[in-house]
Design a protein around this ligand. Structure first.
Ligand code: ADP
Ligand code: MG
Length: 234
């Protein structure tokens, strides 16, 4: 994707994104890493168009992310699944397709089944979210995001509420999307996933990008902060 961040500042009580600028082309899978509170989620929400920055702008693939047309082509997977609790996994997807994509029932259903099957949920799709594991619910959230056929998928610590086995299942499912032609920008603390899946890494601290580069920077960090961070997360 082409990613262009231009003089981005975001302020709540204080600046949480601090005059960031960045130009990238060629990368398909970008990881944001850093300690809690460093501004990763805020930056991710701004890049996905979910939140408007206080100052500055972000362009992705030659479109300002504030453009509603851009918003139609992004998917977002949150820290905790946000499936509708009273709908089955399959209905969670068909409803969204019928409402936002004007699809007929049959087409929506076929798409839902295909996406859930791709995420290995073919035998779970008629269950309610509360009756599947956290990992399955999170995979269903990913299936729902994919069913809208986005160009880019944003994931914000999609496995933070999961145990190691479920984390592995979810991240393996995401890795299997590598050749799907989708692009990814994600936040995670799982460094094995960053190593396997990211082709570019951005390390944030206090709303600043302290270090960035190809994924190899996490093996040979140059800044003291990234060195310290990598000792803690490994
Ligand atoms: P990260 O995802 O790296 O943990 P966040 O982007 O969530 O960081 O938060 C960055 C800073 O902004 C933190 O200090 C956080 O407390 C603050 N913050 C995040 N969201 C809000 C909000 N809606 N209102 C006020 N402060 C916020
Ligand atoms: Mg966060």
């Amino acid at each position: 994707m082409k990613l262009s961040i231009r003089g981005l500042t975001h302020t709540y009580d204080v600046d949480v994104i601090n005059d960031l600028s960045l130009e990238l082309s060629q990368y398909k899978s970008i990881a944001l890493i850093g300690v809690s509170g460093s501004g990763k989620s805020t930056l991710l929400r701004i890049m996905s168009g979910l939140e408007q920055p206080t100052i500055g702008e972000v362009w992705i693939d030659d479109s300002p992310v504030s453009d509603p047309e851009y918003r139609k082509h992004v998917g977002f997977v949150f820290q905790h699944h946000n499936l509708f609790p009273h709908l089955t996994l399959k209905q969670n997807i068909t409803l969204v397709l019928e409402k936002t994509r004007d699809m007929g029932k049959e087409e929506a259903e076929a798409m839902a089944v295909a996406q859930l099957t791709a995420l290995r949920l073919e035998d779970q799709m008629d269950k309610l979210p509360k009756n599947v594991s956290g990992g399955q619910a999170q995979r269903a959230s990913i299936a729902r995001a994919l069913s809208l056929d986005p160009n880019i998928i944003f994931l914000d610590e999609p496995t933070s509420s999961l145990d190691p086995i479920l984390t592995y299942e979810v991240l393996t499912a995401v890795e299997e999307l590598r050749d799907s032609g989708k692009q990814f920008i994600f936040v995670t603390h799982v460094m094995s996933f960053v190593r396997d899946f990211a082709d570019y890494v951005i390390f944030m601290e206090n709303g600043n990008i302290v270090e960035q580069g190809p994924v190899s920077i996490i093996e040979t960090p140059t800044s003291q902060s990234l060195k310290e961070f990598m000792k803690k997360v490994r």
